[in-house]
Design a protein around this ligand. Structure first.
Ligand code: CA
Ligand code: CA
Length: 300
């Protein structure tokens, strides 16, 4: 299996990035990742203002997937996420996150991780559910910093992107140029402080090119749910786009009219927030597979 080391990183998703490896469609690839601060913070005594903010949100890669051409889909199965630290980093500061305006000074918090749970402030035990914050492909146009989510994926900070799920991305450039980073040992919807439990780690994915299939990407599928993901400048716009994409997906893949697809989503679907703290906000719309199955909608 190809292994991409944590020294092979990019800070923007770009068609100009030079691939660090080339793999055949259907390959498993292992990505070593730094945490979102490029592992600069080892203790609570680290100086916030001394951090190199030019090295935030590194993504490991990019990997060139043979046969991937614009218009194809890249099917990314998240096979394994392995944290590589006994502690996670959290940062709060004035101006960061949803209520950073109420903070007077920056704070760095080191959160101990045990086998299956984190020890949060106040001694609260919380189960680990490692997820991937930054994951995507090169956009067709201008480079997008790894801190920004959009139609190419990127910093979606979606807690559903975890072991066992499948992420569906567009292929915008030859080879797709896939990269990932920014692991969180756990995170809540919204990511309200501006970070999750930030950790370095290792991710094994299977990368497969899908020809001749149209989907309103990015999408995520799990054992029991199908999701559309959408990012936009405002939460309202992101909510509308995620909903519109799912309604269109249902209408395109069933006998339902768009009006009845909307009726169906209004009852059986859930509009949810991924994050509200990145340059674009991200929402997702969930549809139970049990509903999709009754409409003969197939998506593995
Ligand atoms: Ca992130
Ligand atoms: Ca993060």
């Amino acid at each position: 299996m190809e292994r991409i080391t944590h020294t092979q990183v990019v800070y923007a998703m770009s068609r100009e990035n030079v691939p660090v490896a080339e793999v055949a469609s259907g390959s498993d690839v292992c990505f070593e990742t730094c945490d979102c601060f490029s592992d600069q913070i080892a203790s609570e005594q680290a100086t916030f203002t001394a951090l190199d903010w030019g090295r935030i949100n590194p993504a490991t890669g990019p990997v060139y997937v043979k046969d991937a051409q614009p218009g194809d889909l890249l099917r990314v199965e998240i096979k394994r996420i392995t944290p590589r630290s006994k502690q996670a980093v959290m940062v709060t500061a004035p101006g960061l996150g949803v209520i950073g305006d109420q903070l007077q000074q920056p704070q760095i918090r080191i959160v101990p991780l045990e086998a299956d749970h984190a020890l949060l402030p106040g001694g609260v035990r919380w189960p680990l559910k490692p997820m991937i914050g930054v994951i995507g492909v090169a956009p067709a146009g201008e480079p997008v910093p790894c801190g920004t989510p959009d139609a190419h994926g990127g910093n979606m900070d979606c807690k559903i992107i975890t072991e066992g799920c499948v992420l569906w991305l567009p292929v915008n450039v030859s080879g797709a140029l896939f990269a990932l980073g920014d692991l969180h040992a756990a995170m809540g919807d919204g990511e309200v402080s501006v970070c999750g439990l930030e950790i370095p780690g290792e991710v094994v994915v299977n990368l497969q090119v899908i020809k001749q299939r149209q989907l309103p990407t990015p999408m995520v599928t799990t054992a029991d749910t199908i999701y559309t993901l959408a990012s936009a400048l405002t939460l309202d716009e992101a909510a509308q786009l995620a909903t519109r994409n799912m309604a269109q997906f249902v209408a395109d893949n069933s006998e339902l009219t768009l009006a009845d697809a909307i009726n169906l989503l209004s009852i059986t679907g859930d509009l949810q927030i991924c994050q509200v703290v990145d340059p674009l906000k991200t929402c997702r719309f969930s549809l139970p597979r049990s509903v999709a199955a009754q409409l003969n909608i197939q998506l593995d």
